[in-house]
Design a protein around this ligand. Structure first.
Ligand code: ATP
Ligand code: SF4
Ligand code: MG
Length: 355
């Protein structure tokens, strides 16, 4: 199944905000450290149409998991809206979520947090049916679920610690798909896996998407992963989207300087070229969402920043056809030739694979 833009958004997120209160400990208070709120997600809007895969990328701490957990109702939104097929999700009570859980599911970033070590795989795969009170005639068998994700029936008796990383991921996927959801948030589904296990998980996810007509929001650090099967890419920085557009266009011709830097650091196929580390390419770390920079949040690390960038927040400008960018100077930069990705990565010359 392919994306159907004519059908309208299946998932719609508008100005979504998730702030955590930053209660300081006694020592921090004695040292008069500033307290306040952590703006983990700060005004994010996007749509996902049925059958589409949206890749959500950004450095560690940019708010990707919090965004997913907020849409899923696992952490309360501070404001804004998220709707599934027109049904508002923000502010729903637990029992109101029950019928919707069957339609939207999540593969968690850390498989250990969704696979309790105390239970065998067979129990873990049946658990969603028990929690969601699914009648027996609507339940798939454990063998069917294992088969769907390419695992043999023998795995049913194992405990999570007896599984390889790839097998544990497959069990997490089977668990998330047990309720036949339409939308699946996949949070770093290949993190911690070696190259071949990661490739086979991606192939499985792609196959399941096509077979079951799934709609994915795929969260990852790895631009090669989104390049592999995302239709569109959304780039997040300190709780906000800075660019969104068609995957092919963004990978070939990124407009926002942050997206350009992410691409410059992406691992390259040539083993003689070391991928760069973002800190080395941009200088410094991602700012804290507790105290984000003024104006454009990217300005302390942006080589194109000027006084306007420090004072004025760039709005996410709609360029049409689903393309948006939040940079005062994107038009000018668009005309500036960018160095090829390989050259930039080689110049950084730091053998570090994570962003
Ligand atoms: N429960 C919480 N309380 C306070 N701050 C939080 C909480 N959860 C997340 N944060 C903060 O919100 C910000 C975004 O975190 P989040 O886990 O969403 O980022 P991420 O993009 O998923 O990062 P990673 O790629 O490392 O998984 C971080 O600064 C994090 O420390
Ligand atoms: S608005 Fe300014 S600081 Fe922000 S990305 Fe654009 S040029 Fe850089
Ligand atoms: Mg995360």
């Amino acid at each position: 199944m392919t994306a159907d833009p004519q059908s309208g958004p299946l998932l719609s997120v508008r100005d979504l905000r998730t702030f955590f209160s930053d209660r300081q400990g006694v020592i921090a208070r004695l040292l008069r450290r500033k307290s306040g709120e952590v703006r983990a997600v700060d005004g994010v809007s996007f749509d996902v149409v049925r059958g589409e895969t949206l890749g959500l990328v950004g450095e560690s701490g940019s708010g990707k998991s919090t965004l997913a957990r907020t849409v899923m109702g696992l952490v309360p939104a501070t404001g804004g809206s998220a709707s599934l097929d027109g049904r508002e999700l923000v502010g729903l009570r637990r029992r109101e979520w029950r019928p919707l859980r069957r339609r939207i599911q999540m593969i968690f970033q850390d498989p250990a947090s969704s696979l309790s070590p105390r239970f065998r795989v067979s129990f873990l795969l049946r658990e969603p049916y028990v929690i969601n009170k699914v009648p027996p005639d609507q339940q798939a068998s454990v063998d069917e679920l294992l088969d769907m994700v390419g695992l043999s029936a023998e795995q049913a008796n194992k405990y999570p610690h007896e599984l390889s990383g790839g097998q544990a991921r497959r069990v997490s996927i089977a668990r998330a798909l047990a309720l036949h959801p339409e939308v699946l948030f996949a949070d770093e589904p290949t993190a911690g896996l070696d190259v071949s296990a990661a490739a086979s998980i991606l192939n499985l996810m792609r196959d399941l998407r096509d077979r079951l007509g799934l709609t994915y929001v795929l969260i990852t650090h790895d631009l090669n992963v989104v390049g592999y099967f995302a239709d569109r890419i959304a780039v997040m920085y300190v709780g906000q989207l800075v660019e969104i557009g068609l995957g092919d266009r963004i990978l070939a011709h990124p407009r926002h300087p942050y997206t350009q830097a992410l691409l410059a650091c992406a691992p390259v196929p040539d083993p003689h070229l070391n991928e760069g580390h973002l800190d080395n390419v941009l200088g410094g770390e991602i700012p804290s969402p507790h105290d984000p920079p003024s104006g454009c949040r990217f300005h302390p690390r942006c080589k194109y920043a000027d006084p306007r960038c420090t004072d004025e927040v760039p709005r996410l400008e709609d360029l049409g056809e689903g393309e948006m960018v939040a940079c005062h100077h994107w038009r000018r930069l668009d005309l500036t030739p960018q160095p090829p990705v390989e050259a930039t990565a080689a110049a950084a010359a730091v053998a570090q694979t994570t962003l």
